[in-house]
Ligand binder design. Structure first.
Ligand code: PEP
Ligand code: MN
Length: 449
């Protein structure tokens, strides 16, 4: 339990490099990697320490039920898809969802994009075999290319630099869109009217009408909508590739503390959350708000160990558990974990990821998720927290603003046979724009219950 910073926090950070780090690529050329790392060390921060502190305080409010966290974005961003239209439409989707959730929860929604850095992926196998040919697995655009050729799949460290620049351009656009009038609540509300005007979504008309009335009520009371044209929007990704995260970790000149300046929040994934591993060591040494994915494979003691390692000072907003149990397991697997952490007195924020425990291969061979399962896991998450008297603090979803067909179900009734029409994800299946909004309406109903 030490709160004092070591004399040189960067030396302390480097000490972690001796620990085992899972899910790292085998770079073909160590000298080329060293050059890239040296370059990354000279680059400016992508986010600022003060912004990370603001997010930490917002997440602390969510732990108390005074805010609700909405995290959303691609499973894996790609360089090619970091276009203005794609980024705008993803932001738009998150803003639309947030407006609906704000009404349902009657508290501010903390908007966090899974974007501007989500370029590295953990894989269940280090290789992939197609028609007798075995190549390195695709590990995200930060490492190699999705195309199935030996050249494309060979890890290339200069991709770390491209990831930095793409993240920088993405964040620049995020900041412009969320501060330049695009996020005006009146526009967002109009977009949502468009969603319910579609007859497939008639079921949500009542809630949309109630929001409409609330907007009119606010206007009649003299609410200043001009001040609601800008919103806070944070960036988050999995801190997977330590050769990217470590060089972007900097000493905050205000406090001498370390911050990972690649994102406001970083999380450790299900496959790298070993309490003694390099990833947990890394996140324990930076002051950013931290997330940790937790599946039904985790024991309550594993989770308590993460509390000890990542949040020894029991600070509110520091640690968020992003639970991803699966719809069929959440009602059994989540309660013992939440109960034990709660009984320990640890301050943590509970967020539901209803995506990663619900992935399956469809009959036609696509990796997919069923909208019904996604909704059911969120419902189970709320039930468990209500039962235990703990606070359901938010949701974490994989989504896109485009009309893709990757997850089945929803009001548009996407079928297995439709998956082939527009399946674009290079990793996990995402909710499309309509499915994302539908989920927001359903979660808003759960929150209002
Ligand atoms: C992800 O968020 O894309 C992911 C790989 O999740 P998890 O670590 O929970 O499996
Ligand atoms: Mn994923």
């Amino acid at each position: 339990m030490s709160t004092t910073s070591p004399a040189d926090p960067l030396i302390d950070l480097r000490a972690g490099t001796t620990l085992v780090a899972g899910q790292q690529p085998t770079w073909p050329d160590e000298a080329a990697l060293a050059d890239v790392v040296a370059t990354l060390l000279t680059y400016p921060p992508l986010v600022f320490a003060g912004e990370c502190d603001v997010l930490r305080s917002r997440i602390a409010a969510a732990a108390r039920g005074e805010a609700f966290v909405l995290m959303g974005g691609d499973c894996a961003e790609t360089f090619a898809n970091a276009t203005a239209d794609n980024i705008r439409d993803r932001i738009k989707t998150v803003l639309q969802m947030a407006a609906v959730l704000t009404y349902g929860a009657s508290v501010p929604v903390v908007k966090v994009g899974r974007m501007a850095g989500q370029f590295a992926k953990p894989r269940s196998s280090g290789t992939e075999t197609r028609e007798g040919v075995t190549l390195p697995a695709y590990r995200g655009d930060m490492v190699n290319d999705f195309e199935f050729t030996p050249e494309a799949r060979t890890p290339d460290p200069t991709r770390l630099l491209r990831a930095y620049h793409t993240s920088s351009a993405t964040l620049n656009l995020v900041r412009a869109f969320t501060s330049g009038g695009f996020a005006d609540l009146r526009h967002v509300h109009d977009w949502n009217r468009g969603f319910v005007a579609n007859s497939a979504n008639a079921r949500y008309e009542k809630l949309a009408r109630d929001i409409d009335k609330a907007m009119k009520f606010m206007a009649a009371c003299g609410a200043d909508f001009e001040t609601m044209k800008t919103v806070e929007f944070f960036a988050a990704h999995e801190a997977l590739l330590l050769d990217y995260e470590r060089p972007l970790t900097r000493v905050d000149s205000r406090t001498g503390d370390l911050y990972d300046t690649s994102a406001h929040l970083v999380w450790v994934g299900e496959r790298t959350r070993d309490g003694d591993g390099a990833h947990v060591d890394f996140v324990s040494k930076v002051r950013n708000p931290i997330g940790a994915k937790v599946s039904d494979k985790a024991s309550p003691d594993d989770v308590l160990r993460l509390v000890e390692r990542i949040n020894p000072d029991n600070e509110e907003g520091r640690l968020t558990f992003i639970t991803r149990m699966g719809a069929g397991r959440v009602r059994e697997a989540l309660p013992p974990i939440v109960a034990k952490v709660h009984a320990s007195g640890a301050h943590v924020t509970w967020v539901c990821d209803p995506m990663h425990g619900n992935t399956f291969e469809s009959e036609s061979g696509f990796k997919t998720r069923d909208f019904e399962d996604i909704v059911d896991e969120v419902r189970g998450f709320f039930e468990v927290h209500r039962e235990l008297g703990t606070v359901p603090g938010g949701i974490h979803v994989e989504l896109t603003g485009n009309d893709v067909t990757e997850c089945i179900g929803g009001a548009e009734k996407i079928l297995d046979a439709d998956l082939t029409k527009r399946y674009e994800s290079v990793c996990d299946p995402r909710l499309n724009h309509q499915q994302s909004l539908e989920l927001a309406f359903l979660v808003a109903e759960m929150l209002a219950d």
